[in-house]
Design a protein around this ligand. Sequence first.
Ligand code: ADP
Ligand code: ASP
Ligand code: MG
Length: 451
Amino acid sequence: MRVLKFGGTSVGRPERMHEVAQLINDGIDKVVVMSAVSGTTNNLVKISEAYKAGDKTLVEKLLKAMDEKYQIFVGELYSTMHGLGKGKQLMEEKLAYLASFEVDGFGDKEEKIILAQGELISTHLFSYYAEEIGMDLKLLHALDFMKTRGGEPDLTFIKSATSKTLETTGKAKIYLTQGYICRNEQGEIDNLQRGGSDYTATLLGAALNADEIQIWTDIDGMHNNDPRVVDNTFPVHHISFDEAAELAYFGAKILHPTCVLPAKKEGVPIRLLNTMQPEAEGTLISNELTHTVNRVKAVAAKDGITAIRIQSSRMLNAYGFLKKVFEVFEKYKTSVDMITTSEVAVSLTIDDAQNLDAIIADLEKFATVDVDKEMTIVCVAGEFHHDGSGIAVKVLEPLRNIPLRMISSGGSESNISVLINSIYKKEALSLLNQGLFADEILSRKQNETWV
Ligand code: ADP
Ligand code: ASP
Ligand code: MG
């Protein structure tokens, strides 16, 4: 059994859905996880915001635009009156439902119900197309088996509920389900955060002990650097689970920040593939070691970081100080990403600054606090074994003219990170591209293998 996930752009147009149908109809048993049609979740966010703002006119305007977009989509997706009729009816029902919420009392619960509609729409529309062309495909309802407990996926429940659902649904070559959506422990509709369809795929891959999880997207694998920020990036064909986890967490948008963990835990390899170029090799994420000590694999960057420097009024030999510091972050349920220490102070970073003022107020009861906002963590991932040498120089040398607020190394053997002001991000990523990957870039230029 394989688990294949198709992202928003991979199903973003009717012809893309036709291509996905061809691609998955190859006789291999699989579960297909599908995202919402690209742009849909963003529109649903806007609709929810309009409800929250009490602006019913804006809700209507946004729904009208969504209706127009889907009328064209549905019109081009099907070639029979039967398929067309089912697609049109679904959209009528969904749009009426989205219009039926009350402005008064509209809150987070209602928002999550609205956000869930994108994946419900795409999977239903696709299943009618599959029926139209006679594919052996059955639709599974993710809300029956995807569950979180305390905000985290409940893999034990997901395992048993998924096998139960498969048993009651009966045999099919292809099972299709929604990415992103789930229920929380109260049974309410919830989601796995933006980009969460990747997470659904890896959780299902782990739950079903799949042979492989394939994440199909709009690029040919994990690139060595952020292709949205720098030119001349290229796919890295093999990375470890740890390297992939660091890159995803620190900003490589191709993967949801925490989706690598379930696959790593169960040892299920993940392959990143390109729907627009299915023959491209892509990236294999697995536990196989490549035995390339001190090899830099890729760079990623995460924006919106706040750095906090906490200086004890009496740090020298003051044990218990770090405990007090971390208790404050625990109290405000704020996770710390990067940390560096000296004898007199500790610096750390957070990306969720919702409770920053309260955190500072609590810290100031026993320390002096300085805050820097709009910072970026640049993460360099690779195989950096503790007994190797020269790697820090290699990573930092290209950044010699960039002010570095924090440097973190040794936390794991697969990551060296620096914290910089976000205004230097583009420059830093470009310098690292030239400094760390010049040979690969040159040989690709010579072979003209740019994609
Ligand atoms: P999907 O809709 O299929 O989930 P995403 O937009 O979430 O696709 O992720 C794919 C995008 O991730 C790419 O188009 C690319 O712009 C971006 N990206 C950011 N960093 C990387 C990287 N290191 N390698 C590949 N893609 C990256
Ligand atoms: N549709 C959701 C989003 O846009 C989930 C996903 O695509 O992974 O975030
Ligand atoms: Mg994504």
